[in-house]
Design a protein around this ligand. Sequence first.
Ligand SMILES: Cc1ncc(COP(=O)(O)O)c(C=O)c1O
Length: 448
Amino acid sequence: MQNQDFSRRKFIKAAAITTAAAGLGVTPGMSGAKETLAVLGGSAVRQGRIGPSWPYIDDKVIESVLKTVKSGVWSRIQSATGTVPTFEQHFAKLVGAPYCVGTGSGTQALSTCVEAMNLGPGDEVITSPYTDFGTISAILTSRALPVLVDVDPLSFQLDPGEVEKHINANTRAIMPVHIMGLPANMERIMAIAKKHNLKVIEDACQAPFSRYQGKAVGLIGDLGTFSFQASKAIACGEGGAVVGSDEKLMNECFTVQNRGASKQGKNERIGPKYRMNEFEGAVLLGQLDGAKERFEIRNANANYLASKLKDFPGLKPQKQYEGTESGAYYNFAMSYDKEFFNGADRAKFLKAINAEGVPFTSYIKNGLHREPWVDNIIRLKAYTKFFSPQRLKSYKEGMQLKNTDLITDQTMVVMWGSGTLLAERSELDKIVDAIHKVHENRDKLKTI
Ligand SMILES: Cc1ncc(COP(=O)(O)O)c(C=O)c1O
């Protein structure tokens, strides 16, 4: 009986691997001699960078910066028609946002939103542990408490069920992160926010122009933010923006990032100086013309890669929620399943595929719940004064996030997309060939 069961399981697994191989266009046993893995001395499927160099630079960008240098208008307060206000108008139009405020980074954009909503000591903001530390940092800067809840293991996005479980009397806002540039489950998040009367700040730092249920991400919640850091699809080194539809709230955002001074020049409130400078504005303005086209290319190329991996369960492309119309693909992300690679763990797969010239990585090493800030902040007066010892204890104990641990430690595989996904299709085919080659040699992976 036991033996029968074992053979049955073996058969199912073999059948699944055959199907997986078929998904990549491989016919096991019929593909002739296997090519030796590059990591074992064979020749690599490909070499060198995939896609254009990054950040994106062309003559327009250079001319725009030169013009700004020569103009002597180096701060946005020197001219209402400088590069920053002009960028804000153009970017808002491209996203379809009624209002936009530039900032010096995506972190500053998020921080501007937290401050503009007057979230602070004693308030809790629910967000994802699987993100850039800038997301959390923006909440901490206002001394609010970032409550990290687990993500879905296949979409890598905030799990709405977990969000609802962690709402309490202190909860004031939810900060969903559109991780990899794909939309989070905004339908459920907005419904939860409405039910509990919470604000929603979308961290769309990786997701400019992504669309969900007829709307651009960043415009679904109360406020949305973008990052223009050097690795991003639209990049000026360090830069960011807040978008929104509520004029009053967006004026508040302007005032916050203008170190507390309103558009009318009145010194009104607490506000750091988070202004975008005119050089950053110049780089961004120089890039905006082709930004939507490049977004479309990345989106189409990501769909192409996903279609090639459709029937291959060893690497499942990031799960998308119903209503996702397009994605910015800051990263093309996949879940690695070692069962389909002869039990070889992810590090071995990455070593083999990297040697084939394919720049896959495991991306974020630790969920943010496993970083030292957790223990450090709960000792600060800003937290011990406003939260009970029981709440800080349950806060710390709540940092057990098994799906996040699973993806950071075992399953996440990404290919950075800003430049790479602009490559020719023939390059993308080589990526698929390399996956195919590693899969075909899966019996060797444990030895490398
Ligand atoms: C999801 C996410 N949130 C926030 C940030 C912070 O943006 P910035 O680096 O521009 O401060 C980033 C940037 O890496 C990000 O990817």
